[in-house]
Design a binder for this molecule. Structure first.
Ligand code: NDP
Ligand code: ZN
Length: 186
């Protein structure tokens, strides 16, 4: 018999629906322009499968992790449906889009060691998924050098996230190792 559902399961479903609606007109940058929602679902699944994460706040925040940054979602919407804890984690993994891109990239490296454990878990899974995509299904317009730079940048961010979840860190390292071979960085 399957295990019984609980209130958190309902809230997770609500987050998936919320994120799907918010990202509905967006596509990923990969060659096939896959639906954007595939990405937050994949990040959440990686937390569950690889990381063994069972904390509902982390999983729900992972589903929502790109809504503030990449859609017109307001913090109040998240607060009203999912509460303060989820909002706080989503805000921690959201870049300040008013800043220039290079500054945002640098701030991610600087802030990584100081964010909450929940935010670190999400960033570990997010960087693993994005690095995997950059290696195996890159944006069609990206040069080889841009893919190399992206890999090296994730390595710097992840350096500040270590000591959080061994399995997630090992998986990231495996992807990094493969990526360095494929992108000729060894
Ligand atoms: P971007 O921030 O433009 O793109 C990467 C981000 O896009 C990811 O973090 C991810 O964020 C999202 N994304 C959407 N689809 C995909 C996908 N299929 N695979 C992976 N990520 C996807 O990249 P950067 O600006 O970091 O560029 C990488 C490097 O290249 C930088 O070091 C920069 O200096 C350099 N650069 C080079 C340029 C050039 O023309 N040569 C121009 C600009 C930068 P999320 O998970 O949040 O969706
Ligand atoms: Zn993401």
């Amino acid at each position: 018999m399957l295990p019984i559902f609980n209130e958190s399961t309902g809230l997770l479903l609500q987050a998936i629906h919320f994120s799907a609606v918010k990202h509905r007109d967006q596509r990923r940058k990969d060659g096939t322009h896959s639906p954007y929602i595939n990405h937050p679902i994949e990040v959440t699944k990686r937390l569950w499968d690889t990381g063994g994460v069972r904390d509902p706040t982390t999983l729900i925040s992972a589903v929502l992790h790109d809504t503030l940054e990449d859609t017109k979602t307001s913090p109040n919407e998240i607060l009203g449906i999912f509460g303060e804890e989820v909002l706080s984690v989503v805000q921690e993994v959201t870049d300040d889009k008013s800043l220039p891109k290079q500054v945002r990239k640098h701030l991610q490296i600087e802030h990584a060691p100081n964010i909450s454990k929940r935010a670190k878990l999400i960033k570990l899974a997010d960087k693993s998924c994005n690095l995997y995509d950059i290696i195996y299904s890159p944006p069609s317009l990206w040069s080889f050098q841009r893919r190399q730079q992206y890999l090296l940048w994730t390595e710097q961010v992840v350096a500040g996230l270590r000591g959080t979840n061994t399995a997630l860190e090992q998986t990231y390292d495996e992807i990094l190792f493969q990526g360095k071979q494929i992108l000729k960085l060894t």
